[in-house]
Design a protein around this ligand. Sequence first.
Ligand code: LP5
Ligand code: MN
Length: 240
Amino acid sequence: MSTLFIADLHLCAQEPAITAGFLRFLQREAMHADALYILGDLFEAWIGDDDPAPLHSEIATALKALQNAGVPCYFIHGNRDFLLGKRFAALSGMTLLPEAQVIELYGRKILIMHGDTLCTDDRAYQEFRQKVHNSWIQRLFLALPLRWRLKIAAKMRERSQQTNRYKSEAIMDVNPQTVEQALLQHDAHWLIHGHTHRPAVHNLILPNGKAYRAVLGAWHAEGSMIKVSADAIELFEFPF
Ligand code: LP5
Ligand code: MN
């Protein structure tokens, strides 16, 4: 048996093929797993659990079916869906996890995160993140009418795409020292994350021995998943 990890599907109404691919993945793969971990940016943008977008109930129903089939599903927020809340978690049967979580699978301790907090060279992002993770700012935002929230989110997406054009690729990747600190702090030798959209398994040498950083790919023309079993931790790209 195995446990599956995915991230960065960026589901939205404009990409129905990815949504269809995800629904097939749930049916064909996840249904037969010990558990499914979704490590953030499941959605392109999340402006509150009260958003009546049909996609949200479609995904909640499919995820709930997974739980009803006995496959637990866990969720770590990404930088696009950090407002996904208890109401959607209950509807979908997902268990919300903190931004960094150590799990033990088949005798291995694995640190899981979305990955954006590892990109510490991107100071502008880290400052932005601090602001939008302020509980009062979030409460204020969620109290706004939905149409205002849609406009603000669109503006944020636009500004992000604009600023990203002028950022170096290196700045938008993880900082190696930050990765090492995270692994040492959590006493783990495996790290699985998403966010950077740079799928790979990296070998690391820590002061206390070998370690591995496994990065999930974003879902575009293909899906990406990491499969953890008693024998191996493998990264897969697959047609959905
Ligand atoms: O997301 P992506 O891949 O483009 O880039 C990310 C970082 N950008 C972000 C911003 C998100 O895209 C915005 C999503 C909004 C949806 C949810 C709305 C919830 C609102 C909640 C309010 C409480 O995460 C980007 C990183 C990149 O990853 C790589 O790591 O570089 O970081 C940035 O672009 C941050 C910029 O440097 C600064 C952004 C300033 C945005 C200011 C918004 C002002 C508009 C407000 C209108 C009222
Ligand atoms: Mn992300």
